[in-house]
Write a protein that binds this ligand. Structure first.
Ligand SMILES: [Zn+2]
Ligand SMILES: [Zn+2]
Length: 442
């Protein structure tokens, strides 16, 4: 363990929490900060905590607004398609329902979870936890509900869906008259409210409040949350709530399974990467949708869709879709392979930059869902028989598979292994080189 960082972190601050950096495993003390302050890991640059002005009531207000917007969006008209007097009106759930009717139930489930279930469940859980924390006697199960907020967050993709709506809209106005319904605007407001709730929420503050009020997975004592490394006691950092606690099967605060590193991380990441590479082939070769107009159908692939947008003169959108659908999946695959191979080789090459690559890969993956959402919207709205119909093609299921599988691969890869492997190699070479390497990493 790097003790110099410990001292530098807390030289003259009495209040602090012990944290293990989730990206480089450095154990350090995070001081109590003023509102607006952020604690950054000195070794890899990960944000360990952002202190907020009002960490409970502000995110609660935004989450309640988001819930209200969701209720409106779910009941109102989404898009109206009008082709020479033949009108088709859709709502938010039309996309998944139509995909299911076309036999693409896997895709229907993914679209339903990412655009409806996860955003709604996340907001309800957040309102429940923050609302109950305002009560004098809060229910005991709050830790389990807040764990759901952490689990659901990566799968709530309203902002990506809205971009999909925008791309679908620009494709539709070529075909017919399209009216944007109230649901699209309220979905925009829902996205802003959710982003504001996320930006004002201090996850650590919520976990600490739950701990203070005894609303934890099991009753906790001082030994469960030490403020300093205890000699002879093996400490583990919880990946869900961030508590650093003596080794045990489960975290006493949130109830998640505890492990020093994500189990079998490298092998599972490799298996998922291979699966994603296999799926990548049909995703790009097979048509993702077929546009039937006046009886004749023209299948289109992912790349074909980008070319169509460019031909229509919509360059910014063509570049955006090219980036999200073609560049991002390839860069994710290359990035994750690079991380896996350098970890396997115990390389100490640019550890800080490699950790940054991991953060980018983890954050950017969801944006590739634009094409999937666009196809789900087009399938639901263009249903006028031989006059004009859009059917999803087999390529879209593979493409969605690539996105989901690489998202799982990024979640399963444990970036701390890169630092462990490099440290082990340095230890074998000798303590002098280890100190130089640590100084260089900083
Ligand atoms: Zn770090
Ligand atoms: Zn925990």
């Amino acid at each position: 363990m790097d003790t110099t960082a410990l001292h530098r972190f807390t030289a003259d601050k009495p209040g602090h929490t012990l944290r293990e950096c989730p990206h480089c495993a450095l154990l350090q003390r995070v001081p109590d900060m003023k509102a607006g302050g952020a604690a950054i890991c000195p070794r890899c640059g990960a944000v360990l905590r952002r202190q907020r002005t009002d960490p409970f009531r502000r995110p609660l207000a935004f989450a309640v607004t988001g819930l209200f917007m969701f209720a409106v969006a779910a009941r109102m008209t989404f898009l109206v398609f009008d082709l020479s007097g033949r009108v088709n009106e859709t709502t938010l759930e039309s996309g998944p329902l139509e995909l299911q009717a076309q036999g693409m139930w896997e895709l229907a489930i993914v679209v339903f979870i990412t655009t409806m279930f996860a955003p709604l469940a996340k907001l309800i859980s957040l309102v429940w936890v923050l609302g109950c924390l305002q009560l004098r006697r809060a229910p005991r199960h709050l830790h389990a509900v807040f764990r759901w907020v952490e689990l659901l967050s990566p799968w709530a993709m309203v902002e990506v869906f809205l971009l999909g709506v925008f791309v679908a809209y620009t494709k539709l106005i070529d075909l017919a008259h399209v009216e944007v319904g109230v649901a699209v605007y309220t979905l925009g407001a829902l996205m802003l409210a959710t982003a504001a709730a996320d930006a004002t929420l201090d996850h650590m503050a919520v976990w600490e409040a739950l701990q203070r009020r005894g609303l934890t997975a099991r009753p906790m004592n001082a030994a469960d949350a030490p403020q300093l490394p205890v000699p002879g006691v093996r400490l583990l950092g919880c990946e869900c709530c961030g508590l650093v606690t003596p080794a045990a099967p489960r975290c006493p605060r949130c109830g998640s399974r505890l492990h020093a590193r994500k189990p079998d991380s490298l092998n599972r990441t490799v298996a998922l990467l291979v699966a994603a590479m296999i799926l990548y082939i049909p995703a790009n070769l097979l048509p993702v949708m077929t546009i039937i107009s006046f009886g004749s159908g023209s299948p289109s692939t992912i790349l074909g869709g980008v070319v169509e947008l460019a031909d229509a003169g919509m360059w910014p959108l063509a570049i955006l879709v090219f980036f999200a659908s073609i560049t991002v999946p390839v860069l994710k695959l290359i990035g994750l392979w690079l991380l896996v191979i350098t970890t396997r080789n115990a390389s100490s090459w640019r550890l800080r930059e490699r950790t940054r690559i991991y953060r980018i890969v983890e954050g950017v993956g969801r944006w590739s869902m634009i094409d999937v959402f666009m196809i789900s919207i087009l399938t639901a709205i263009v249903r006028l028989g031989t006059l004009a119909t859009i059917r999803p093609g087999p390529g879209v299921t593979s493409f969605c598979g690539v996105v989901i599988v690489t998202m799982f691969a990024a979640m399963i890869f444990d970036p701390r292994l890169m630092w462990d492997a490099a440290e082990r190699r340095q230890e074998q070479r000798g303590p002098a080189t280890m100190r130089t390497a640590q100084a260089a990493a900083r």
